[in-house]
Design a protein around this ligand. Structure first.
Ligand code: DX5
Ligand code: ZN
Length: 225
């Protein structure tokens, strides 16, 4: 059986002018990781933040920092996020494959070389099979359940199939306990079917930050009894 389910609130839905308070609040509410959405205005339209934000958050919490790089040329930024104290860095298959056939593998190895866990992210319209070749190198796979760029979008149901495929493939290569993360449109209502499909890390932005009782929302998404 794979690892315990974890909830990673996405600070994309926090008030950026009060980030410290937001991080402390989700930590108190029982977050397992902090999901940091890095956007460059090119791979996706918005710009969010860079390594400096992660460095500042690192000083506030001991929770693992899960850095989701939605950027072109991720290799150029990995050092900054590793030095900032990221615990896991994920890079998009789609950004890497535009550059060269070997770029994704190089990026994953570069993350590892900094002593940081690494993962690949796959968009909803990319066949899950496309990432099988690098899963051996990964600590985690991030399956997108919305197109990246914005919080508050609706969950794309076909993502459940992608989770199942990635879960089955992980088991077939002897990595049955690998974390599979899902990101986008996760709510208290759809979390049970997402967990049943085999996801072990559930990112939730608006469902946590929009909740008046954040501890209850995190607990419901995690499926605590
Ligand atoms: C989307 C980001 C997500 C986003 C999720 O590009 O990668 O992490 O914050 O937000 P919700 O949970 O509101 O869909
Ligand atoms: Zn994300």
């Amino acid at each position: 059986m794979y690892s315990k389910v974890k909830v990673a609130p996405s600070i994309l839905s926090a008030d950026f002018s009060a980030m410290g308070a937001a991080v402390r609040e989700i930590e108190r509410a029982g977050a397992d990781l902090i999901h940091c959405d890095v956007m460059d205005g090119s791979f996706v339209e918005p710009i969010t933040f860079g390594g400096q934000m992660v460095k500042n958050i690192r000083k506030l919490t001991d929770l693992p920092l899960d850095v989701h790089l939605m950027i072109e040329h991720p290799k150029t930024q990995i050092k900054f996020f590793a030095d900032a104290g990221a615990d896991i860095i994920t890079v998009h298959y789609e950004a890497c494959k535009k550059i060269s056939p070997t770029y994704l593998e190089e990026a994953l190895k570069l993350i590892r070389s900094h002593g940081v866990k690494c993962g690949v992210v796959v968009n909803p319209d990319t066949p899950a099979e496309n990432i099988y070749g690098v899963m051996e190198l990964c600590d985690m796979v991030l399956v997108m359940s919305v197109f990246p760029g914005y919080g508050g979008q609706k969950f794309i149901p076909s993502s459940l199939e992608n989770i199942k495929k990635v879960r089955e493939y992980a088991a077939s290569i002897g990595k049955g306990d690998m974390d599979i993360e899902i990101d986008g449109g996760v709510t208290c209502s759809n979390a049970a079917e997402i967990r049943a499909a085999g996801a072990t890390v559930l990112v939730a932005g608006s469902a946590v930050f929009g909740a008046s009782d954040k501890a209850a929302a995190i607990s419901a998404i995690r499926g605590d009894n």
